[in-house]
Design a protein around this ligand. Structure first.
Ligand code: PEP
Ligand code: MN
Length: 267
């Protein structure tokens, strides 16, 4: 179902007027790694909305390496994220980690995110496949392109055709970056499937100084958008403080990417 052999033309999602994929201009999904407080979310959403960002991200359920790390605000975070996004006329995307939470996450989020660590969670893939919300599907930490596309197939096979593929870097022997951004996977997923494909530069790089060149490269190979973490005060963030951009950092990112974010001719 995900294959171009089955459907030749690009799938273009239209989520409350925000178009993703095909001839739509590239989209930016931005926001903090974790939802931490009302002030943090309001400041971030207001700032990003002012920059023209239409989709706000923020984790309420966090897949942390250590069980003692901040695990997210849960339902309170969902409510907060949904409210702040709406107040700023943005869509809200957040991760769902457990089949039991799909219903409540779908109540507050416009897009359900399946994280890298759950790409192989087939029960969760089936459950979001039955939800009436678009799904942002991250590539697993060490998933092949084929495994990633089969994970998307699980979602479509349950009747949900609204899937956005997201390359977020894979594990390699390289240590100077947190993961290795696989640009071939972006080009291949665009070629082999009709689904929109975006690139999460934050988790791919794991360091701020590579976000601009990686985002440019992603768009150059055909990505339909960029996913990036932005926090009012990355140094004090409860997760991912090495790689989130502050507002001044996002100003620079926005400026650098602007020439590549133009509306395609004729649209
Ligand atoms: C995230 O986007 O919040 C996240 C945890 O990313 P990933 O699943 O790609 O590691
Ligand atoms: Mn993060």
């Amino acid at each position: 179902l995900v294959s171009r052999k089955v459907k030749k033309e690009d799938t273009v999602l239209d989520i409350d007027g925000v178009r993703i994929g095909g001839d739509a201009p590239p989209i930016i999904i931005a926001g903090p790694c974790s939802i931490e407080s009302e002030e943090q979310m309001e400041q971030t959403a207001e700032y990003l909305a002012g920059k023209g960002v239409k989709i706000l991200r923020g984790g309420a359920y966090k897949p942390r390496t250590s069980p003692y790390g901040f695990q997210g605000m849960g339902v309170d975070g969902l409510i907060l994220g949904g409210r702040v996004a709406r107040a700023n006329k943005m869509l809200f995307v957040t991760e769902v980690m457990d089949t039991r939470d799909v219903e409540v996450v779908a109540e507050y989020a416009d897009i359900l995110q399946v994280g890298a660590r759950n790409m192989h969670n087939f029960a969760l893939l089936r459950e979001v496949g039955r939800a009436r919300r678009p799904v942002l599907l991250k590539r697993g930490l060490s998933a092949t392109i084929e495994e990633w596309l089969y994970a998307a197939e699980y979602i479509l096979s349950e009747g949900n055709n609204e899937v956005i593929l997201c390359e977020r870097g894979i594990r390699t022997f390289e240590k100077w970056t947190r993961n290795t951004l696989d640009l071939s996977a972006v080009a291949l997923a665009k070629q082999e499937t009709h689904l929109p494909v975006i690139v999460d530069v934050t988790h791919a790089a794991g360091r701020r100084d590579l976000l601009i060149p990686l985002a440019k490269a992603a768009l150059a190979v055909g990505a339909d958008g960029i996913h990036i973490e932005v926090h009012p005060s990355p140094a004090t963030a409860l997760s991912d403080n090495e790689q989130q951009l502050d507002f001044a950092g996002y100003d620079k990112f926005d400026e650098a990417l602007k020439p590549m974010m133009k509306v395609p001719a004729g649209v």
